[in-house]
Design a protein around this ligand. Sequence first.
Ligand code: MF3
Ligand code: CO
Ligand code: CO
Length: 256
Amino acid sequence: MNNYSEKFEKMRKAGSLASNTLDMITGYIKPGLSTNKIDELCYEFIKDNGGHSAPLYYRGFNKSICTSLNHVVCHGIPGERVLEDGDILNIDVTAILHNHYGDTSRMFTVGKPSVKSMNLINVTYESLMKSIEILKPGKKLGDIGHEIQTHVEKAGFSVVRDFCGHGIGDVFHQSPNILHYGKKNTGPELQPGMTFTIEPMINAGKYEVKILNDGWTAVTKDKTLSAQFEHTVGITDNGYEIFTESVKNLKRPPYN
Ligand code: MF3
Ligand code: CO
Ligand code: CO
């Protein structure tokens, strides 16, 4: 036993609820499904499993999840838009269970994705996992951003600067900010018991984003595609734990 094991147990449960929600929705992702329907299915699943959706009524957000399509970087609001062949979609779920938060997102492809979009999705996923694999006490926050940025820029893509990962626990968003770009061996040291998200947003073109008039939807300024994956993780005595891993091993598309 250590002084963070109770907290980690709660993070495991909240994280599993969030990742189970993404597992549940995977089979539904087909042309013709509306993002509102995805929102409704996720809302019901989380509620049926004893939790709540954190985004609902969060700072005026009025849906339970974020659905970010194609050139939408993050915080896409579910609506009447139906999925079309060739779309790429990020679904971001944050579940609250026993007062703790699990926050995770994955990319989904609709019908037949282009080679370019699959490449963007793969590079984004790999950058997240590379940054997770180095986590242990003594590593620094800048090391996380460095791993992501190096992998992404080698592939010719860019790391969004305007949004970052965040501390998470019994609060949705708290310090520290987890930047997805940065320099090795800079910033605060990772400590056992820390819990935070890593959620790189990667653009096929330039990294600049703009916010639409709804006050939420962030899109690439140059209208190129954007991808994102997110995990909630904890720092252990000698490494890390991922709280939002899929129990069905649904890591990245294709999921079948
Ligand atoms: N889940 C997002 C994150 O990764 C935050 C969504 S807040 C919302 O931090 F209000 F846009 F839903
Ligand atoms: Co997050
Ligand atoms: Co999220």
